[in-house]
Design a protein around this ligand. Sequence first.
Ligand SMILES: Nc1nc2c(c(=O)[nH]1)N[C@H]1C(S)=C(S)[C@@H](COP(=O)(O)O)O[C@H]1N2
Ligand SMILES: [Mo]
Length: 526
Amino acid sequence: MPRRTPLAALAGAVSAGLALGVGELVSALGSRGQSLVGSVAGEVVDRTPGSVIHAAIEALGTSDKPVLLSIIVVVCVGLGAVAGILGLRHRWLITVMFLGAALLGVLTGLRDPLTSRWVVVLAALGAAATGIVVLHVLLSRLPADATAIDAPADAEGVAATPVPIPGRGTGSRRAFFALSGTVGLGAVALAIGGRALSDRSRTVAGGGARTPRPPLPEVAPSAVAPTDLAVEGLSPLITPTSQFYRIDTAFTFPSVDLDRWRLRIDGLVDRPLEYSYAELLALPQVEVPITIACVSNEVGGSLVGTAFWQGVPLGALLETAGVQPEGTQILGRSLDGFTAGFPTAAALDGRTALVAVGMNGEPLPIRHGFPARLIVEGLYGYVSATKWLRSIELCDWERVNGYWVPLGWSKEGPIKLQSRIDVPRAGDTVRAGMTPIAGVAWAPGVGVAAVEVQVDGGDWIPAELGPEFTDATWRQWMLPWEATAGRHTLRVRAISRDGEVQTAEVAPVEPNGATGHHTRQVTVRA
Ligand SMILES: Nc1nc2c(c(=O)[nH]1)N[C@H]1C(S)=C(S)[C@@H](COP(=O)(O)O)O[C@H]1N2
Ligand SMILES: [Mo]
């Protein structure tokens, strides 16, 4: 391989990096904190089978997004290297490859509902133009002796005289590396600057992380949280907002200009409605504790939590709008294009279903759906809990599907009866003697009547239950255990208020939620 190849690859890689940097910087002009790489990532997520995404979320947890963004950057830089190498022989291929990439960027950027269109085009074209020009310049500055390094040494081991290629490569090696290095550093600087600017513009637009969120009207909570069971390491009854799990497909949070934001209620209704944020806040509100869970929560997993949700009952809104008989499904649409649908009956059967604006006494944090989201007692988030709500559409249950349904997930998503061991924690060393086994169990909408624990395959022993809160929330449980030295297997199951015993049958999270008993191995030291 002639030595020009790695140098050309380097030139291509840094050019692609600079192009990405320019793309990010120009994207920052968009008012919504948009990013070309982010749009591409969103498209990748949309086109990847749901099972693969869920495997990725399981393996990577919430670092799934940074990992995907990094992969996209690495792939782009790698393609740049290829463009550099191919460009050595055919300069026109550089233009073809960069314009091809720009075209893909434009297509995905335009499909992303959060981008402003002209910025997408400008960012992609600016990026491509930069990449093409810089790569041409770098290739023309390849060190004059680049090919000579590979020239065979003679018998004495002295390299043959350098043979410059006429008309190509004029610079010194030092100058070439200095230039490439500068381009590489410029790429990093632009990318960082672009992100910083884009965050700033999000704040200006009114939806950034530091946006002041107006205080909510005071509402008397429907239930007062009882005192937690006193066991160290046990999940608190109310999950602090900062520890509440976050799951969504969003790469950048939708930014909202509160003055312009409207919630629409439309579709198969007699009177389509539209509310400003202030109008929504002026409607009668409730504050209700509810446990929500993600369908991707593994047995024993942490994608479940309980919060006080404040908002406007969905039933009241539907009554004002007048649901037509064919409006058998309530579809939440988000500002970022996500959708989730559940039977209209679920909003009218007495359970709590809210257009939520508050979480644990504060306006919704951006990551949990500011300015408004849906919360429906007893349903997994993927069919109900649309964040960054834009509209609520009444539609036909058969004809319309929410985001995850065509990707292989069940149309209906009731939360399954589950229980989890929090204490002892995985990896804890337990001392022999009396020690608590404790955790939480949930059957939102039904309630938990009993929890039982099994040690080393013995009899099921009833655990002590924490104070009754509501049927919509999880329940703490605790069993004092006389631990003896050695390895032990702990297992838990819950029994719901309607008599269902949590099944031992193991089911994966797809298509409608995991089942099985949470089991934990512990080592007890004497
Ligand atoms: N806009 C939007 N809303 C969404 C989602 C999403 O991807 N986009 N994911 C849903 C899923 S799968 C779950 S489990 C809940 C999680 O809500 P949380 O992040 O506030 O815990 O949000 C739901 N709402
Ligand atoms: Mo979820």
